[in-house]
Write a protein that binds this ligand. Structure first.
Ligand SMILES: Nc1nc2c(c(=O)[nH]1)N[C@@H](CN(C=O)c1ccc(C(=O)N[C@@H](CCC(=O)O)C(=O)O)cc1)CN2
Length: 307
């Protein structure tokens, strides 16, 4: 049976490391990293995630600002709020929770965020920097995937990673991050011919398509490491449950390791957001960054030698 890769524990460890670094920044540099999260509308899942982001930010000692706007908020009001937060020196990270109501253009919103404060890593300058192998802020879910892979496999170089899904939030940035780790990367998607055959070539298989149970045991090479990014809510009330893109029952009989849903990649997303906020705060104050800035660099503590 496949080993389960425990994202909950690793997320807690990363938050603890971030908390230590926040304490150091606060006491030695008088810098308290600040995170502003904006929620537009009343999507229940988004409400949960935003609440958790604020709670975890406060727990690690950051300043947390939450703005909850009604679903009918005009786009110009949202852009005005972002401009205010861009100008606020106490805010180092800004995040607008997605999805947005349909009358708001997500592109306009993402473009409005100062790239230095774009802790989601969605601004075109950060996207371009990541694609070019630079040091821009990277999106949180892919960062979480690489941390989980590095903690389980150690060296990633030379491994063949197949990513199922080409979204801007997960598939594309994850391809850039894994290339940075010297993986051989294939991005597969809805038009890929013979998906199962392509997946069977993977040493690392990442499923990020939002189709419950798509990946079956016979799509997986024996011993492969499988990362399940999908989170779909099925059923109501007592029957309510979260399922991933991977059919865990059949895949765990073949894979070497698998991330569970829930408790795998999801918790890492918020921990990586806090880490990005810490990096953004250090950069904005011209301070050295924590040494484990690279997601695969988990061998070193977060504390850097200039402490
Ligand atoms: N601006 C952004 N919006 C969205 C992002 C994002 O990275 N930036 N990602 C997702 C939602 N998301 C964070 O915002 C997120 C998703 C899931 C989890 C998580 O911890 N999941 C748990 C299950 C939680 C539950 O009970 O629902 C798990 O998998 O164990 C955290 C954050 C879309 N929007």
């Amino acid at each position: 049976m496949a080993t389960l890769i425990d994202g909950k524990t690793q997320a807690r460890e990363l938050r603890d490391a971030v908390a230590g670094e926040v304490q150091r920044l606060t006491h030695t540099q008088d810098v308290v990293p600040g995170l502003a999260v904006i929620l537009v509308g009343e999507d229940p899942a988004s409400q949960v995630y935003v609440r958790r982001k604020g709670q975890h930010a406060r727990e690690v000692g950051m300043r947390s600002v939450e703005h909850t706007l009604s679903a009918s908020t005009p786009q110009r009001e949202l852009l005005a709020l972002i401009a205010e937060l861009n100008a606020d020196p106490g805010v180092h990270g800004i995040l607008v929770q997605l999805p947005l109501p349909t009358h708001i253009d997500p592109e306009a919103v993402i473009h409005a965020i100062d790239p230095a404060k774009d802790v989601d890593g969605f601004h075109p300058l950060n996207v371009g920097s990541l694609a070019a192998g630079g040091k821009g802020l990277a999106p949180c879910t892919p960062l979480g995937c690489v941390r989980l892979l590095a903690s389980h496999l150690g060296e990633l170089a030379g491994r063949h990673a197949v990513i199922l899904g080409r979204s801007r939030i997960v598939g594309r940035p994850l391809a850039s991050l894994l290339l940075r780790e010297d993986c051989t990367v294939t991005v597969a998607h809805s038009r890929t011919v013979n998906l199962a055959k392509v997946c069977r070539q993977a040493d690392i298989l990442v499923a990020a398509v939002g189709q419950p149970g798509l990946v079956q045991g016979d799509w997986v090479k024996a011993g492969a490491t499988v990362i399940d990014v999908g989170i779909t809510r099925l059923g109501d009330g007592e029957e309510r449950r979260l399922v991933g893109d991977v059919d865990a029952a059949s895949v765990s009989r073949v894979a070497g390791a698998l991330t569970p849903v829930p408790g795998g990649v999801g918790p890492m997303t918020i921990a990586c957001l806090l880490h990005n906020t810490l990096i953004a705060a250090c950069r904005q104050h011209g301070l050295p960054e924590p040494s484990a800035a690279s997601p695969a660099d988990t061998s070193q503590p977060l504390v850097h030698p200039h402490a």
